[in-house]
Ligand binder design. Sequence first.
Ligand code: BGN
Length: 356
Amino acid sequence: MFSLQSKWRYLIMLLGVQLVVMAILSRESYQKRVSYFFRIFRKPDSATGNADGRNQTDVYANLSFLGPTLNKDDMPYCPKNSPLIGGPIHVTFPSKLTLAEVERKNPLVIRGGRYRPPNCDPRHRTAIIIPHRNREHHLKFLLYYLHPFLQRQQLNYGIYVIHQAGNYTFNRAKLMNVGFREAMREEDWDCLFYHDVDLIPEDDRNTYVCDNHPKHAAIAMDKFGYKLPYKMYFGGVSALTPNQYLKMNGFPNNYWGWGGEDDDIGIRVSLGGMLISRPSLKVGRYKMIKHKHDKGNEVNPKRFNMLAKTRHTWRDDGMNTVEYEIMSRDYQLLYTNITVNIGTEAGLHPRKRTTI
Ligand code: BGN
């Protein structure tokens, strides 16, 4: 009798504890954590959605409906909003992917990584500038996603990879200046996207066209929890018209190594009398390909001092002073590869130190 009673008491106590726990968990502040907990157990659906409920599609899905190729004279303008746009894109990094496979999936891309819609006259001409060194693995994934992404937006586009020659410290911003001049030499682009090699756009409503003000496109990256890390952040992916670019004298040439150059560019935007335009957080989403810190791209200890002086230096350092030497220009199927000597802090041909 006694043991039966204590069993009941024990059971009621247990139920009570459970009720209290559930009441606590269902409070608003816990709801996110609870749904996160349940999401771990939910299997993501690779074709139609994912764990966070966004309806993702394969970036190549719509492209088979491109229709017949038309004669240039019969072509209507492409519609203002491309009917091929599908929204959130499913992004994964399959280890077996090859460049040959990317080429096979993009039959309409021609030499140099150029494309124009086959059945309408594009409203925009966009060049993508990708500074690069020793990141072939990332480049392959970026090309895999970027080509169909841009085709879904019905753009006339070209992809330029600006490859820094030699082993001297990496200089992302100077490579962008090279990209600007070399791309504009080839075609009258009306918009240039300055694109990190390891950032994959996750939503094709993030259109790769320019705005009235310089655009910061990579506003929501996974590594920052899909939020802007700080208000003036201008890193990752940005887009400027040639006019906007020249108005701020391009990008700085003297940031060697990691950090600060993007903040300098952000400051230049306002010094050039412009504002920063951004897509919405919902659309400007990017996934970063995980990697270790690069050799040859060590953190730049001078960046704080340099940033403090930008307002005095921007007119004398930028597009009007950039010096470089093109080593090769190579028209690959998926991109134009420009290898360039950008020298060092000591100039284009620094004299070798002689030891006595
Ligand atoms: C900032 C860096 C940026 C970098 C972002 C995101 C600096 C300058 C210090 C005043 N800026 O801190 O270059 O893109 O973080 O990682 O280091």
